[in-house]
Write a protein that binds this ligand. Structure first.
Ligand code: ADP
Ligand code: MG
Length: 704
């Protein structure tokens, strides 16, 4: 592999635009751009989501309806005709030694040109037995000689796609990119390390991840990328930590018995034992001058907000110096404006008459309001600042920021936690999530992070009674809902909306109409969805909160954090279209008071098994559901690296590759201890990659 110094043109070459590669062309390139694939680098980094056996090893006699198979054969006949519907149908007959099969394509007349009698091909797909023979509709094809798509591998990569982009487009672009990149891929890992750890060099890793020569090589390629990703992340975190320790100290916030009692007296309830324990853990952290780095995990409804408020009050209750009048400030960031407003309300209510100024920073404010808030934040008179991430991290300048809380970090993503370092001190950080993450994984992704678990729900809570409601049960379910509403309950009806597009909005509106004119005719309904203006959303929410509405028809904008304890009955329409974690979050909205919550998951089929919905109905334990989710859904983007142009790290990968996680962590520590500035020329490339990738987020810019 080329050394970094000898490849000054390497980056330029990986930056080559895809339309300039042979066979890609402008039209295809435009489509690929929808997937974010613009340069050679993008294409190389577009990792397959799966692989299909393309070995041609199956025999006709072994075919099973609907099960993936791959057969090698010789073309005996190519026939095209036009169907009654006007669509074309291409039929290619194959002699596969042990028998014959048909491959068919509809509406793709141009495919005919690519087949001729006597050609050897491998097809792969799901067969169906039809009119006396096995048939593959739109199979993947590998031409064994000639043709543009010759593929030397037995394993065919399957790529994530976007609307209007086909597998074959992506495959072609990736293959062209691979050919283009030969000899110009810069290797980031030192050669000695590749050897010692038996890791594939970068070019081989790219080749094998896209055109694997065997299943073992897929694993080897993945191992290389996962290792590199984690190794870099660990180094970045080490560098960040070293800077924190040398650069600035965190304020020491000491919670004595008096302050503790004063804070607790503000709450209308007694803390649970788990809440007390976690508060003590946080108090111990904040007393130190090393910034706290704590992740709080607690299932939906376990009372994480109270913990955040406790910690924030500890900060605003502490003077910046013994004789000073000024006190520390605290900030809490929420993923949505709706949630930020709710927190603002909760805090304002809780702190009424306390003299603590609670500021709101959200997009829906007028510029004047916001400026006034920002001024108070900068002056230090704003004690607690509640806002959306973008605003708090982007616009606010604090005078004495002591603590930052990041709420509902359930995507468990991107390391924004470090972005709020300003002023003379680094603030303490508390990240809260309802997603249970194994401790080892949390360590791997967040570095040296302490974890607290809120493993107890407030007293008197009962698990939400959850039912699957099939078409035959629907009338009875609405009858039940009406009875409960008439008895004074409030509730939600959740409608799915994938992207809240125009079409989604139309279907939300029609769902609302049919509820308002149908089963829920007698009640006061409100409608809330992502496309409403922030102010409208806030108004609808307020009407529901205050009891002026009985039912809130909502999209999953209410999924995260919304807390209206009086709402105790939920109907989820088209439950099949929600993810398991999402269903659980949604149900959490009606598990917040002493009255038992009720939830109906409406499905299109009466009794047909549905793994997600059935799991959801079977248990209310978030940890158990998270495990099931992982099993059913497979990997999800863990570190939120999709936009960064790096291969995403998947939780499933991390679980599966637990040993790689530990190894990368150990190695990073060792390298860092030997060479904390990564000054070794062999690490130069790596250092640059790390700075590009994490420099801004982790404030590593000036590490030299
Ligand atoms: P989450 O952990 O999902 O963020 P919240 O902090 O919103 O949960 O708390 C859920 C509900 O439980 C809120 O209405 C809150 O006031 C209430 N709550 C929290 N702690 C207690 C407690 N110790 N006793 C009684 N109610 C509590
Ligand atoms: Mg919450």
């Amino acid at each position: 592999m080329d050394s970094p110094a000898s490849t000054p043109s390497a980056d330029a070459s990986l930056s080559t635009r895809l339309e300039r590669l042979p066979g890609v062309g402008t039209a295809r390139a435009e489509k690929l751009a929808k997937l974010g694939l613009v340069t050679v680098r993008d294409a190389l980094m577009h990792f397959p989501r799966d692989y299909r056996d393309f070995s041609g090893a199956h025999a006709v006699a072994d075919l099973v309806e609907g099960e993936h198979a791959s057969l090698a054969g010789e073309v005996t006949e190519v026939g095209s005709r036009t169907l009654f519907s006007g669509r074309s149908m291409l039929t290619v007959s194959l002699d596969c030694g042990g028998g014959r099969v048909r491959a068919v394509w509809f509406g793709m007349p141009f495919m005919a040109k690519r087949f001729a009698k006597g050609m050897s091909v491998v097809i792969a797909g799901q067969p169906r037995f039809s009119s006396g023979a096995w048939e593959f509709a739109h199979p993947d094809v590998r031409w064994l000689a000639g043709g543009e798509d010759v593929h030397a591998s037995d394993w065919l990569a399957i790529y994530p796609l976007a609307e209007g982009v086909q597998q074959s487009h992506v495959r072609l672009a990736v293959q062209a990119a691979l050919a283009h990149a030969v000899g110009v891929c810069p290797e980031a890992l030192p050669e000695a390390m590749l050897e010692a750890k038996a890791l594939l060099p970068i070019e081989a890793a790219f080749r094998e991840i896209h055109r694997p020569s065997s299943q073992e090589m897929i694993a080897a390629a993945r191992r290389r990328f996962v290792y590199q990703e984690l190794f870099m992340l660990q180094l970045a975190l080490r560098m960040h930590r070293a800077r924190q320790q040398t650069a600035k100290a965190a304020p020491s916030i000491t919670v004595d018995a008096r302050l503790d009692a004063r804070i607790r007296a503000r709450f209308p309830f007694e803390f649970t034992a788990a809440q007390k324990r976690v508060c003590a853990e946080i108090a111990a952290d904040m007393a130190r001058t090393e910034p706290m780095n704590r992740l709080l995990q607690g299932d939906v409804g376990s009372g994480k907000t109270a913990i955040a408020v406790y910690a924030m009050l500890a900060a605003v209750g502490t003077r910046v110096a013994p004789e000073a009048a000024e006190r520390y400030q605290a900030a809490i960031m929420a993923p949505t404006e709706l949630l930020a407003r709710q927190h603002h309300q909760t805090l304002s209510r809780l702190l009424a008459g306390s003299g603590v100024d609670v500021e709101l920073l959200v997009g829906g404010q007028t510029a004047k309001q916001r400026e006034a808030s920002l001024a108070r934040v900068a002056a230090g008179t704003a004690g607690i600042v509640v806002g959306t991430q973008a605003l708090v991290t982007g616009a606010a300048r604090f005078r004495h920021l002591g603590l930052v809380v990041i709420d509902e970090q359930h995507r468990f993503g991107v390391l924004q936690r470090a972005v709020l370092q300003q002023g003379q001190a680094d603030p303490h950080t508390l990240v809260m999530t309802a997603t249970p993450i194994p401790r080892t994984i949390a360590h791997a992704v967040y570095g040296d992070l302490d974890v607290s678990v809120l493993d107890e729900t407030p007293p008197g809570r009962q698990p939400v009674a959850t039912y699957r409601v099939g078409p035959d049960d629907l009338d009875r379910w609405w009858e039940f809902v009406r009875k409960k509403l008439a008895a004074g309950r409030r509730g939600y009806v959740v409608v799915p909306a994938v992207e809240e597009s125009k079409r989604d909005l139309a279907s939300i509106a029609s769902a609302y109409e049919s509820l308002a004119n149908g089963p829920l005719e007698a009640f006061r309904l409100g409608l809330i969805h992502g496309r409403l203006k922030a102010k409208e959303k806030a108004e609808v929410m307020e009407a529901f909160r205050s009891g002026r509405l009985d039912v809130l028809v909502a999209t999953s904008v209410i999924e995260v954090g919304i807390d209206v304890p009086e709402a105790t009955i939920m109907t989820i329409l088209d439950a099949e279209s929600f993810g398991l974690a999402q269903l659980h979050q949604l149900r959490g909205r009606v598990a917040r008071g002493a009255t038992q919550g009720l939830c109906g998951a409406v499905t299109a089929s009466q009794a047909e098994p549905h793994p997600r919905v059935d799991a959801f109905v079977a248990t209310t334990d978030g940890f158990q559901l998270a495990e099931q989710d992982l099993m059913l859904r497979g990997p999800g983007d863990l570190v939120g690296t999709k936009q960064s142009g790096m291969p995403p790290l998947y939780l499933a990968d991390l679980l599966r590759d637990g040993s790689v996680v530990a190894e990368a962590r150990r190695d990073a520590l060792e390298v860092f201890q030997r060479d904390p500035h990564l000054g070794d020329p062999a690490l130069e490339r790596l250092r640059k990659l790390i700075l590009d990738r994490w420099g801004a987020t982790l404030g590593l810019g000036e590490v030299s």
